[in-house]
Design a protein around this ligand. Sequence first.
Ligand code: NAD
Length: 327
Amino acid sequence: MYSVGDKEVPFIKAFADKKGYNIKMVDQPLNDDTVDLANGYDGISIQQTSSLGSEKVYEKLANFGIKQISVRMVGVDMINLDAAKANNLKITNVPVYSPRAIAEMGVAHAMYLLRRIGIFKQRMLEDHDFAWSKDMISNEIYNLTVGIVGLGNIGGATAQIYKALGAKVIAYDPSYNVEYEPFVEYTDFDTVIKNADILSLHTPLLPSTENMIAAPQFKEMKDTAYLINMARGKLVNTADLIAALKNHQIAGAGLDTLADETTYFSKKVSAEDVPEDFKELVHMPNVVITPHTAFLTKTSVRNMVEISLNDAVKIINGGYSKNEIRL
Ligand code: NAD
């Protein structure tokens, strides 16, 4: 297993003990420099966003007798799929590991904003201000309309939680899924934008979804609404978001993703490497930011490990996995 982080180790050890497998863990990603570490093993599992390197990596894996690469995450864009196919390497990913993890983080952001927790904290810390002023009166979820854009696995899990809390849930998704009918009222994009007290984004990043929330949408949104983005930073135009917050066009934002996050989220960086838009947003009391950690629960990490290893074993034994990427 390549790129093993310390958060995964207990789950990998537990799985290896339960199944009686010999699993070697290394912290480096798979590439030209590290491919030889796989020699002598039956299969491999990776989790990285960096390229696997040259075609030699794929040739070497095939020469070692390896038949698969199981990816412990959703994205497989770091793999040269043509080279994998040419070397008879089957690729699997983990497309669904815990939609609930991301859904719960979105609801946590919304609750934090709705109940002014960050604002209370800032006032108490900075001004010894413990007052119960009029602007701190909150609303309760069951009085609110939650708008969901992108009603797939995560949007659907989010809808179910809000529905259970008593909110009215409306959603826009170009594809209809009968499974979510008990929890939401399907409607069009503009109706969601205009009516949502909490607007929660759960679409993939596509040319059609990039900047889907920008100045025109902020203009349409309620000035009491909260924007929650647990999906991809580029769904939102960051400059327009900052302007909308400054101009009080919306009440606040909960963000687990930012447009240029890959240079600093998931690692410790020096002060000069922290981008200006992050600094501006993070200092706003009505904004909460987490560094792409909505997925980071025990259930998710365990599922990424176990689904990926189970798929590796199935393919090593000549079987089939429903998570195979079509090559
Ligand atoms: P999914 O494929 O199950 O659902 C995505 C939904 O978006 C689909 O129903 C699709 O029809 C819909 N959609 C596509 N284009 C749309 C549009 N223009 N308007 C409205 N809906 C549209 O995916 P998912 O598992 O629910 O994941 C959603 C996104 O969440 C991922 O693409 C990813 O960007 C993000 N994500 C974030 C984290 C995190 O930790 N923050 C973790 C996993 C995934």
